[in-house]
Ligand binder design. Structure first.
Ligand code: GEK
Length: 266
């Protein structure tokens, strides 16, 4: 969209249509569309950041619902003079949704991602002008971020990329940084203990991807790239770890196939 914004007055309608077509082509996820001799581990680099909104919409069933409901939960739970943390913010979709929902005064949102490409684009996408609830974009590992005075923390499809042995400590730090009455929204891809259910859910997820225009090559190469990078756990494992970390309760509020979201109460 940048060329349009910088030279809008010089463009005719047909120029603009062509330019928008080129933008939408460039923003289409084709990362795994060509056969690869060997598939490297998935990384959140510049190529992925460029197509990320298209990739996540077409890959994660219910993504739009989870993001927009983060706004509703923000309106309900964010407390005055508190901080909100969006951990693994990518291009800032959750942070902006929280921002639009907050009714409380004197709050601040801290959006964190360790991919420089993601943070650069998130800053570029941020609307100009002052908002009553500012968003600070921080390029850092979430393991290195202090969490304090929080009333809302989101881990929307991020914990699944954190090494298993670090997950408990991260949740304990989040729990300690939350005020009484605060919440963590934890959204994840999950696996199922029952092999039949696991197979059916993966099939339904792949059918969702096919319906969104991904072909078999793209589905299988992406699956290989995510092997040992995205490590899903069961719903029960997540709920048990949240309890161990000190959360009072962790309730399922959303599920679509093998993707869920929990609201965990401090
Ligand atoms: C959304 N929440 O659009 N520290 C910081 N960031 C990390 C780390 C880490 N250790 N590990 C991974 N990430 C977003 C979508 S995407 C989910 C989240 C997906 C970041 C990584 O760089 C990526 O941007 C994000 O977590 C995961 O609502 O792609 O399935």
């Amino acid at each position: 969209m940048l060329p349009l914004r910088t030279s809008r007055h010089l463009l005719t309608t047909s120029d603009r249509n062509t330019s928008m077509q080129q933008d939408s082509d460039r923003d289409r996820d084709r990362v795994y569309s060509q056969p690869l001799a060997s598939v490297d581990r998935f990384v959140f680099d510049r190529q992925v950041a460029q197509v990320f909104p298209d990739m996540i919409q077409r890959s994660v069933p219910g993504y739009a619902a989870v993001i927009s409901m983060s706004s509703v939960l923000a309106s309900q739970y964010v407390q005055p003079k508190s901080l909100c943390y969006d951990l693994g913010c990518s291009l800032g979709a959750t942070a902006r949704s929280i921002q639009s929902g907050i009714q409380a005064q004197d709050c601040r949102i801290i959006a964190v991602d360790n991919s420089a490409a993601m943070i650069e684009q998130a800053v570029a996408l941020a609307p100009a002008g002052n908002h009553t609830t500012p968003i600070d974009y921080v390029c850092a590992d979430i393991a290195d971020i202090g969490i304090e005075n929080a009333s809302l923390v989101t881990l929307n499809f991020t914990l699944q990329f954190i090494p298993l042995q670090q997950r408990g400590l991260l949740l304990q730090r989040i729990r300690r940084g939350l005020r009484p009455g605060g919440i963590l929204i934890l959204s994840e891809k999950i696996r199922f203990e029952d092999p039949e259910e696991e197979r059916q859910q993966i099939e339904m997820h792949h059918a969702f991807k096919r319906a969104n225009g991904y072909n078999e090559l793209e589905i299988s190469q992406k699956r290989s790239a995510l092997e040992n990078v995205l490590i899903p756990e069961t719903l029960e494992q997540h709920q048990a770890r949240l309890r161990e970390a000190g959360f009072r309760r962790a309730d399922l509020w959303f599920q679509c196939f093998n993707f869920i979201s929990l609201v965990a109460h401090a």
